[in-house]
Design a protein around this ligand. Sequence first.
Ligand SMILES: Nc1ncnc2c1ncn2[C@@H]1O[C@H](COP(=O)(O)OP(=O)(O)O)[C@@H](O)[C@H]1O
Ligand SMILES: [Mg+2]
Length: 361
Amino acid sequence: MALLEIRNVSRRFGDFAAVDNISLSIEAGEFFTLLGPSGCGKTTLLRMIAGFDLPDSGQILLDGVDLVGIPPEQRPVCTVFQNYALFPHMTVSANIAFPLKMAKVPADQIRTRVEEALEDVRLTGFAARFPHELSGGQRQRVAVARALVSRPKLLLLDEPLSALDAKLREQMQIELINLQKEVDITFVYVTHDQGEALALSHRIAVMNRGNVEQLDEPSRIYSYPRTRFVADFIGTCNLLDGAIASVDGASMKLDVPGLGLVKSALPSEAAVGRKGTLALRPEKIHISAEISTDTAENHFKGFVKELLYLGDVTVYIVQTEGGTTIEALLANSAAGRAKFFEVGDMVDIAWQFDAGHFLYE
Ligand SMILES: Nc1ncnc2c1ncn2[C@@H]1O[C@H](COP(=O)(O)OP(=O)(O)O)[C@@H](O)[C@H]1O
Ligand SMILES: [Mg+2]
């Protein structure tokens, strides 16, 4: 049995369905992420799991027990918010001890558990400090410790790192992965950041407009997006619209207006005339000054329309003869070389026939 089961849950505000008939289950011990753009319903779903809001329809079961009707403080669920929500006038240890005091846990037990929680988040020695004497990352670690100290079955985290700068965020991501392993508590994590979701999660539910578009492991979400929305939202993706022009063994030719015929791996249920989109990651595209003779590859001539030098890699936007623009990513690995091509250079872009992933319309 799954630890948490969400069954046909909907939440409407007037005519608008913020969460639209979502069903999913989360296993004990998982690091599970709800990922989607701002406004897609992530917080609304999380608030219903926590008990701060109620579904209009559907059920939320924890260990098989329906949570509807159980107030938030009686659910074995804790939430960490983006803005820490620490008590400014209390020390770190008093902040962490607070939920235990409310629950009337004996003082000696409180002391031990606060010490353990401080150790879990690597803040031993900071017990007597006040929130204003801590960095943003440390404050967020206190918030996590305060949530963990009640030993919930489920820890909900709503964009907990979004107020931190990029470097600190990366460090906190690593800490969260380790922490989750150590404490062995199921995490339900909310973010709009694809990179963060891919890095942290065992499984991801990609949400769009109150629905789950795909629920999968990170590598599958990235390599086999099931919808155009997922392909576009998770990292950068070339999306080439076209129709199947011919089928030949394990491959097919797609007719892509503005580009030409593109050889691709055969999707299931392929038939001439069926329309869809070829999703092609920029890092799968080779870009070179010479025409390659590898027949497994697709080749198109074009010129560099724009480029974006990012240090370790350069993004090239290539305009093909037919007018389609394709984005390619090239590692700047050659020593002393900042980039390989300049705007206006004629180039050959190529990709293996099985580099893309075809999505039916
Ligand atoms: N209390 C509310 N009243 C009216 N609309 C709401 C309320 N809470 C959320 N919404 C709307 O529901 C949608 C989903 O919101 P939310 O769950 O906060 O999105 P996310 O966390 O994914 O950014 C948004 O369009 C938001 O404006
Ligand atoms: Mg939100």
